[in-house]
Design a protein around this ligand. Structure first.
Ligand SMILES: [Zn+2]
Length: 281
């Protein structure tokens, strides 16, 4: 470890463009109202590491994961994710996403992976050329440039075992999330069939889990806010994982259960809470 510490990262011009994009993205994360103050602590550490390159910083283990909003392009629905991970002195950036089209089903894909360690060349895998089917796929620098945390709902997950403040934040969120009281309001017969599967006592025993960026039924384009319930699940006749309104679930959905289909119900505060299809305890 000492010998690695005394060496440097070997970065060429391309690597520096990746590093610059990562710094750009991390700096955007530090803007007001994007992160909790507790997350800011860990993101600042990651930004510190990137800012000091090619010099080697203190070893740490931090992961910052960003998940973008679902976007629709005609019948195609996509979303993308980006992960910045520091493990000891290894720095890794990876990105990928999910593609869904009713005619062919859904699939996850990798966009790129970049890994740097002190004292050796970086590794870079680029899958962009094979992703012509994904309408909004971008290189990492282009994505870092276009991400706007104030314009869209991005999911941000920060993991840092050395940052106890993150746990405090989670505990407080759990307390906040205990409110408001659970609401499951079907608006039609298919909705009532789904609502009957909900065990209110079990939902209240579980730590609240939410779905984000929910807009329309992927199959019939109905506004899910209007039907108040939806299933995030697999299909009966083909591969794929979609958000379905209750009547589309009745016609096309596979089943309800962990790894098959999850029911979410719209709450009075506008959030979508998981009410059936919990992970096994
Ligand atoms: Zn539908």
């Amino acid at each position: 470890m000492n010998s690695r510490k005394s060496s440097r990262y070997e970065l060429d011009g391309f690597d520096l463009s990746i590093v610059s994009a990562a710094k750009n993205l991390l700096t955007k994360l530090t803007q007001p109202n994007v992160l909790h103050p507790s997350q800011l602590v860990s993101v600042a550490k990651v930004l510190h590491v990137f800012s000091r390159l090619p010099r080697v910083s203190e070893a740490m283990e931090i992961t910052v994961e960003i998940t973008g909003p679902r976007r629709k392009f005609g019948e195609i629905t996509t979303y993308h994710w980006w992960t910045l991970k520091i493990e000891d002195h290894q720095i890794a950036i990876s990105s990928g996403g999910h593609f869904y089209r009713p005619s062919t089903g859904g699939d996850t894909f990798s966009t790129m992976a970049w890994v740097a360690e002190p004292g050796g060349p970086t590794e870079f895998d680029d899958y962009l050329d094979g992703l012509g089917i994904v309408p909004d796929v971008q290189s990492f620098p282009d994505a870092a440039q276009s991400i706007d945390f104030s314009a869209d709902a991005y999911g941000i997950q920060v993991t840092d075992s050395e940052n106890a403040l993150l746990d405090e934040e989670e505990e407080e969120e759990e307390e906040e999330e205990a409110e408001p009281p659970l609401q499951v309001i079907p608006v039609d017969a298919s909705g009532r069939t789904l609502a009957q599967l909900v065990d209110v006592a079990e939902v209240n025993r579980r730590k609240p889990a939410y779905a984000y960026g929910i807009e329309d039924c992927d199959l019939c384009q109905r506004s899910l806010n209007e039907v108040k319930l939806f299933v995030d699940g697999g299909l009966r006749s083909q591969a794929g994982w979609v958000n379905m309104c209750p009547s589309c679930f009745e016609k096309h959905g596979h089943s309800i259960g962990w790894g098959k289909g999850q029911i979410y119900a719209r709450q009075s505060n506008g959030r979508w809470r998981l009410v059936r299809g919990f992970p096994p305890k």
